[in-house]
Design a protein around this ligand. Structure first.
Ligand code: SAM
Length: 296
C-alpha cells in the first residue's frame, strides 16, 4: 500500500505540469496543498480500516491518498474527465480505491452504498466544490443515504450557517435542516493560502455526525421544512406574514395566528427567533388546528 506523496505545493505543481492540467473554474477546483489541514480532516473524520469512505471531487487525489491509507475502501467520484488519468497515476499504489467519473448530483448514492458496502453506513469526506455544497449535503440527508458522518471543507460562511442557532444573523433554513439530521462541529478554519489556486473566501472544515433519530419529533417532516422555508423567505417579516404569504402552505390566517399563539412567543415573533423544537411544535399545532376544523 502506498504512502501519501501529495499535499504540498511542489508535488502538486509537478503533477499539474506533467499532465498540463488547467483548472476549470466552473467545477470549483481549489486543490489542497497543506499537509496539516489534511491530517486534521482525516483525524476529525475518524476513519479506520472497517470504514468505507465516499470522497466527492478527489481532484488530483491528494486527500484520496490519505483516505486510502486510513480506510478499508474509498470510492472517489470526480466529474472532470481530465483528472481521471492523473488519479490513475497518483493512486496507482492503492488497491482499495475506486474512481468513478461521474457528476455526484446524478449518482444514486444509496444504490452505490448498497452495492459497495452491503448497505452499511459509510463516511463521507470531501473538500467540496463550493457551488454545490448545499445540494450535496441536503441530498445525502434527505435521500436517507446511510452515513455515519460527513466531514467536509466548505465556505467558512456556510459552515457558520450550519452550526449556528436562533438569534444569529447566520441562522436560517440551512441551519435547521442540517441540525435536524446531524450534530455539527466546526473542526478548523482554513485560510485561502492552503489551496491552489487560492479561493476568494475563507474556508472551514465541518463534521456533521448523523443522528440515529432526529432530536425533535414532528408529525410531518416535509410540512415542517415547508414552514421553515416560508419563515425565512421573508426574513424581515413576522412569522405570521411569512406563513400567510407562502404559496406552498395552505392554512387560513386564523389557523396560523392560533398556532402561533399556542407557541407562547407573542404574535409578532419572527422565524429567526424559533428553535428547531419550536418549528416542530408549530407544525403539530397547525396540523391539529386543521384536523379539528375538518373533524378528522
Ligand atoms: N479533493 C481535492 C483536493 O482537496 O485537493 C479537490 C477539491 S476541489 C475543491 C473540488 C473537486 O470536485 C474538483 O476536483 C472538481 O473537479 C470536483 N467536482 C466539481 N463538481 C463536481 C460534481 N458535480 N461531481 C463530482 N465532482 C465534482
Amino acid at each position: 500500500m502506498g504512502r501519501p506523496t501529495l499535499g504540498n505545493p511542489q508535488n502538486t505543481i509537478e503533477i499539474l505540469q506533467k499532465y498540463r492540467f488547467s483548472f476549470q473554474k466552473k467545477f470549483g477546483q481549489n486543490f489542497l496543498i497543506d499537509t496539516h489541514v489534511l491530517d486534521k480532516i482525516i483525524c476529525a473524520a475518524d476513519i479506520g480500516k472497517d470504514d468505507m469512505v465516499l470522497e466527492i471531487g478527489p481532484g488530483i487525489g491528494t486527500m484520496t491518498q490519505y483516505l486510502a491509507a486510513a480506510a478499508g475502501k474509498v470510492i472517489a467520484v470526480e466529474i472532470d474527465k481530465n483528472l481521471i488519468p492523473i488519479l490513475e497515476d497518483t493512486l496507482a499504489g492503492y488497491d482499495n480505491v475506486r474512481i468513478l467519473n461521474e457528476d455526484i448530483l446524478k449518482v444514486d448514492i444509496r444504490e452505490l452504498v448498497e452495492k459497495e458496502n452491503g448497505g452499511n453506513p459509510i463516511k463521507v469526506v470531501a473538500n467540496l466544490p463550493y457551488y454545490i455544497t448545499t445540494p450535496i449535503i441536503m441530498g445525502l440527508f434527505e435521500e436517507h443515504v446511510p452515513v455515519v458522518s460527513i466531514t467536509v471543507m466548505v465556505q467558512k460562511e456556510v459552515a457558520d450557517r450550519m452550526q449556528t442557532g436562533p438569534g444569529s444573523k447566520d441562522y436560517g433554513a440551512l441551519s435547521l435542516a442540517v441540525q435536524y439530521y446531524a450534530e455539527p462541529y466546526i473542526v478548523a478554519n482554513v485560510p485561502p493560502n492552503c489551496f491552489m489556486p487560492r479561493p476568494k473566501v475563507g474556508s472551514a472544515v465541518i463534521r456533521l455526525t448523523r443522528y440515529e433519530k432526529p432530536p425533535v419529533k414532528v408529525s410531518d417532516e416535509r410540512l415542517m421544512f415547508d414552514i421553515i422555508r416560508a419563515s425565512f423567505n421573508q426574513r424581515r417579516k413576522t412569522l405570521a406574514n411569512g406563513l400567510n404569504n407562502s404559496d406552498k402552505l395552505d392554512f387560513s390566517k386564523e389557523a396560523i395566528m392560533k398556532a402561533i399563539e399556542c407557541l407562547g412567543k407573542g404574535s409578532g415573533v419572527r422565524g429567526e427567533a424559533l428553535a428547531l423544537s419550536d418549528f416542530a411544535r408549530l407544525t403539530d399545532f397547525l396540523i391539529l388546528g386543521n384536523q379539528s376544523r375538518t373533524g378528522n
